[in-house]
Design a protein around this ligand. Sequence first.
Ligand code: PAF
Length: 283
Amino acid sequence: MKVLRTVKEIRENLNNLRKEDKVISFVPTMGYLHEGHLSLIKYAKKNSDVCVVSIFVNPTQFGPNEDFNRYPRDEKRDLSLLESESCDFVFIPSSEEMYGNDYQTFVKVKKYSEILEGEFRPTHFEGVTTVVLKLFNIIQPNFAVFGQKDAQQAFIIKKMVNDLNIPVRIDVLPIVREVDGLAMSSRNVYLNEEERRQALALYKSIILAENLYKKGERNPIKIIQKVKELLSEYPLLKIDYVEIVDMETFDKANNMIDQKKYYLLLAVRAGNTRLIDNTILRV
Ligand code: PAF
């Protein structure tokens, strides 16, 4: 496994492999890897000749009062996990390497960056799409792998790729959960014992919504109401939003039909920690 820190080095290494027609996969991460990331890396590895993982805590996707400075970092542990997955290249640029000292260019997927997560994190997706586009330009992978946990992020990246004719395939893989159901996230380390216990309500909400849907409930307002009632039983949890959107368009669902698939999207704060989760509602 090669660890490279400059754009020049990673480009040189990958250019040679590209000339040999190797299929290059790419998994962008912000490090502090968990089983969710590893599931993406295993998939990337299995379906390509060369697997590239990036570790970069991207400053432009954090708001001024968000957790950029305290975001968990452990490069040594990440590298040993990547080594055991037989990852081929790890790209770990510095902020200077990515943004220099007079960075000016941003890309924004307008409408979809302003709804849901975007209402609570107004500059977040612009930072994500900018860094992901930069990483795509640097790595030039055949395909890149993202987790369904960040469903809106995956949707926005697919939209950017389509709108800007970027020659990369985007694969989205299912959420990986702890044994008790909590969706894996690097931010889970922020939770204290009681917050961690109450955070399970997100998974309980998902099961509740899935069961209502299975039993034939097709009114999104009723499902959302029941989920909000459940979450409100947990005093440490504060709801940012509970929404049901059409999976293809991210429009809020008015009535749900069996021919379509929907995301139930949850964003909840447990103390100072923001948790998101989702599930697909379908027949
Ligand atoms: O999902 C993440 O970890 C980040 O948003 C990403 C895609 C690596 C961009 O910084």
